[in-house]
Design a protein around this ligand. Structure first.
Ligand code: ADP
Ligand code: MG
Length: 247
């Protein structure tokens, strides 16, 4: 899947004043690979991820998917979104449903897969993610790490073409962070194309093939991860890396 952004800008109004989240962002990326979006907080990473996921529409500029303009009509956007798996910081599981039912839900409701088949597929992916013993539990009975793995199972079950993560470990304690990062590393081993917003820079360095570095609403660098970490070109990236890799 090829994603292209052409001069994309996005502002939000907060306190009556426009806050520029993205300013004239252009770049393209041709999956399969792992792309990590990194940079200081407030730099526009989540906004960029949501635009790429078809969840937020830009104020101006264009998004192209495999050479075609991303549709603006909700119905067609839904078709695009159904090709993706998205995992957010807060797992967003339905509390009144079991883990299994949460994983089954998009299979049945978005993809129209019959209940019995959806159950089989959900159980299979939960088994693979070490969640077989938790299938009948409700989210409140799960740890944060387990909940996030259920959210990842839910995103993976429909076999998405691309997985998008927005700071999937930032709500977790260190032990559970390790558990989720290990799972993401395994997904990379199985060649799942991913976009990963993360503040775990050591992890990004380990698993990303490419890096996009964002600060103040701009993509200041985009390129091969090893080259970025060996020799960042922008002063902002140098400063950022010096700060986060210093300890
Ligand atoms: P990051 O993920 O890199 O921390 P974001 O994309 O979340 O950055 O935010 C970029 C800027 O846009 C920030 O100044 C943020 O406050 C603002 N912003 C993002 N989303 C919203 C929103 N829904 N409402 C108001 N302001 C927002
Ligand atoms: Mg963010």
């Amino acid at each position: 899947m090829k994603l292209e952004l052409r001069s994309v800008s996005k502002s939000f109004f907060s306190g009556g004043r426009p806050q520029k989240a993205l300013m004239d962002v252009s770049f393209d990326t041709d999956f399969p690979h792992v792309l990590a979006l990194i940079g200081p907080s407030g730099g526009g990473k989540s906004t960029l991820l949501r635009i790429l996921a078809g969840l937020t529409s830009p104020d101006s500029g264009e998004v192209m998917i495999d050479g075609a303009f991303l549709p603006k009509a909700e119905r067609e956007l839904r078709a695009y979104r159904s090709r993706l798996g998205v995992v957010f910081q807060a797992y967003n599981l339905f509390p009144h449903m079991t883990a299994l039912a949460n994983v089954m839900l998009p299979l049945v409701q978005v993809h129209g897969i019959p209940e019995a088949e959806a159950r089989g597929r959900a159980l299979q992916i939960m088994e693979r993610l070490g969640l077989a013993d938790h299938a009948d539990k409700h989210p409140l009975q799960l740890s944060g790490g387990q909940s996030q793995r259920v959210a990842i199972a839910r995103a993976l079950a429909p076999k998405p073409e691309l997985l998008l993560f927005d700071e999937p470990t930032s709500a977790l304690d260190p032990e559970m962070t390790a558990e989720v990062l290990k799972l993401i590393a395994e997904l990379k081993e199985s060649h799942t194309p991913m976009i990963l917003v993360t503040h775990e820079i050591g992890f990004a360095r380990k698993i990303a093939d490419r890096i996009a570095f964002l600060a103040e609403g701009r993509v200041l660098e985009e390129g091969v991860a090893a080259e970025f970490f060996a020799d960042p070109r922008s002063e902002e990236a140098r400063r950022f890396l010096a700060k986060v890799l210093a300890y």
